[in-house]
Design a protein around this ligand. Structure first.
Ligand code: GLU
Length: 275
């Protein structure tokens, strides 16, 4: 028995991959508690019509979750508190780089560690002098906040976490680089919000797709830095289409709404889940 959650971002309509993820999470709760969290920190890409569609689709699938539903857009004070704690520990630094700057820097260095989370940030702004940093901050230059991962790892020592399918994992940050904890446009990030909120909701088993496996190393590190409990994890396989491509909102995968409107049943959807 466990406390689990499904945490969709309302940036589009859900597809079969989401249905599997939500169903997987509800099953994993084994009748204890199944929660829902709307991950809507990105006000530019999140829309209320997609929030209503999430409820509609999940109800149609026959899932039932506990109230209240957590909305990340209402949780900014909690993220700020977490950032302050990391700032006090001197583990954050402002990063003024644009995507183009980062690309250029990686190219001139020859390469950068590359994993499912993309290419690791080369650390350009970590080595800015205090004077230069102050000058740019004073000029109002847009900046993100990054975690100084090396210093953070040193502060907490060796860490492990457990995946129900893949077993004990050693926390390894070499592929992630200095992750962004507050974006230029939003005063938090996926990594920070998800870690703070899984703890706030008392999640004991985090279920999600294997595409987020590497992110769990980052979350484990943040838990240690923020004195948050570490849940167990269970990363599930991703559903692919006939071409073997992973379903995604971007690739215009058939949505649950379209499936429903075509007259299919929730059982038809479930038949596409891995056994
Ligand atoms: N909101 C994330 C997504 O829709 C999932 C976060 C998680 O399960 O950790 O991809």
């Amino acid at each position: 028995m466990a406390v689990t959650r499904f945490a969709p971002s309302p940036t589009g309509l859900l597809h079969v991959g989401h249905a599997y993820s939500a169903w997987f999470s509800e099953q994993a709760a084994e009748g204890e508690r199944f929660l829902l969290r709307i991950e809507d920190i990105d006000s530019g890409r999140s829309h209320e019509r997609f929030v209503s569609a999430i409820y509609e689709d999940l109800e149609w699938l026959g899932l039932s979750w506990e109230s209240p539903v957590m909305r990340q857009s209402e949780r900014f004070p909690a993220y700020e508190e977490a950032l302050n704690k990391l700032r006090e520990a001197e583990l954050l630094y402002p990063c003024f780089c644009t995507r183009a700057d980062i690309r250029r820097e990686i190219k001139s260095a020859g390469a950068a560690p590359h994993g499912a989370m993309g290419q690791a940030y080369p650390g350009t702004c970590r080595s800015l002098s205090t004077t230069e940093r102050e000058r740019r901050l004073k000029s109002g230059a847009p900046h993100a906040l990054r975690l100084d991962v090396e210093a953070a790892m040193k502060a907490v020592g060796e860490l492990t976490w457990h995946d129900r399918e893949r077993g004990q994992q050693q926390c390894a940050m070499d592929l992630a680089g200095d992750v962004v904890l507050a974006r230029k446009d939003v005063p938090t990030s996926y990594h920070l919000s998800v870690t703070v909120d899984d703890a706030a909701q008392g999640i004991s088993l985090v279920t999600r797709g294997l595409d987020l496996f590497e992110s769990t190393h980052v979350h484990r590190l943040l838990q240690a830095l923020l004195d948050l409990p570490t849940p167990e994890y269970w990363h599930h396989p991703l559903i692919t289409d006939e071409q073997g491509e992973r379903l995604s909102k971007r690739s215009k995968s058939v949505t649950l709404r379209a499936i429903r409107e075509s007259g299919a049943t929730p059982e038809d959807v479930r038949r596409r889940f891995p056994s």
